[in-house]
Design a protein around this ligand. Structure first.
Ligand SMILES: [Zn+2]
Length: 315
């Protein structure tokens, strides 16, 4: 009896061991299968990043058939130029480039410090102080809860365009990259200038694409996605240029909190800028009956329509 009892115990114990072993080996096998399936995908993705970076660099000069245009970058705060637009600013060199910054970034009462930081950053990006204009207007406060006056904004932007014979304006799109209200106001202002046909002939507007959060902090790994989305213009920085962009951002010493230090290596906007032309639907020959007063923005190549929100009153 006693021997039988022991035997049963041992058998039972072995059964338990064998079952867990089965689960373990099934798990290992599943992991292997997953690895075998994922490895080619990851490899192709990484090679695509490497190849597209080289390709975009060599193709950069062909984006603008008539030569590099005199360009005005329109930003809302000191540091926008380095945080978001560095790939386009560096990518358009040696074209003449101007910067119009619509506030001193005085939300934390550091406006005076930030003015100096902006000039330092622009110098690193190849824009001399003589081509930097910073507006410090009481009606244009650095404040995420304040919508800026569109009439005032558009007048200030137009003044710069005419003064420097600008052929290309670069600013935020409707999403404003970070959804900051001040960023979005700039988009509304340039859209107003286009809709009212106030821009000089030949002057075009490029808006910086806002990407979803999951694409925002993967740096160069976002390159294949950006390419597939077929933006009108795609700038990707070389390693040397990316270092320059980081140096420009480090000029904004008053802004370098811990999360912005993490932003430098991980944000795709430090190495990639995908931009689309802003234009009215009528330009592409759509029904004239729809044109008056019914403004829509259209992505030039993808033909995706972006319905406009209600236009703000200019009264
Ligand atoms: Zn900003």
């Amino acid at each position: 009896m006693r021997r039988n009892y022991c035997f049963r115990t041992i058998v039972s114990h072995r059964t338990v061991l064998d079952t867990s072993g089965c689960f373990a080996s099934a798990g290992i096998m599943a992991a292997h299968v997953l690895l075998v399936l994922l490895l080619p995908v990851v490899s192709v993705w990484l090679v695509s990043c490497w190849w597209l970076r080289r390709y975009c660099f060599y193709r950069r000069r062909t984006f603008f058939a008539d030569g590099l245009p005199a360009t005005l970058f329109v930003t809302a705060h000191p540091d926008d130029e380095a945080m978001f637009f560095a790939p386009a600013i560096l990518g358009l060199a040696p074209a003449p480039r101007w910067l119009l910054c619509l506030s001193s970034g005085n939300y934390y009462n550091k406006g005076e410090i930030r003015k100096k930081e902006l000039l330092d950053s622009c110098a690193v990006l190849g824009i001399p102080p003589s081509k930097v204009t910073l507006i410090d207007h009481r009606d244009l406060p650095d404040n995420p809860s304040v919508e800026w006056d569109i009439a005032l904004l558009s007048a200030l932007i137009l003044e710069q365009i005419e003064a420097h014979r600008i052929a290309l304006v670069v600013t935020f799109d409707a999403g404003g990259v970070s959804a900051h209200t001040n960023h979005r106001s700039l988009y509304t202002a340039v859209r107003y200038l286009i809709s009212e046909e106030k821009l000089p002939g030949g002057c075009r507007v490029l808006v910086l694409e806002t990407v979803p959060l999951f694409r925002k902090y993967v740096s160069l790994l976002d390159l294949p996605s950006a390419w597939i989305q077929t933006p009108d213009v795609l700038f990707v920085l070389t390693q040397e240029e990316a270092d320059l962009a980081k140096s420009a951002m480090r000029c904004h010493r008053s802004q370098l909190l811990w999360f912005r230090r993490l932003y430098l290596p991980f944000s795709r906007y430090m190495v990639i800028n995908s931009l689309n032309y802003l234009q009215l639907e009528g330009e592409r020959g759509f029904s004239p009956a729809e044109k008056p007063g019914q403004l829509r923005c259209v992505d030039k190549q993808t033909l995706r329509y972006r319905p406009m929100e209600t236009f703000p009153s200019l009264g």
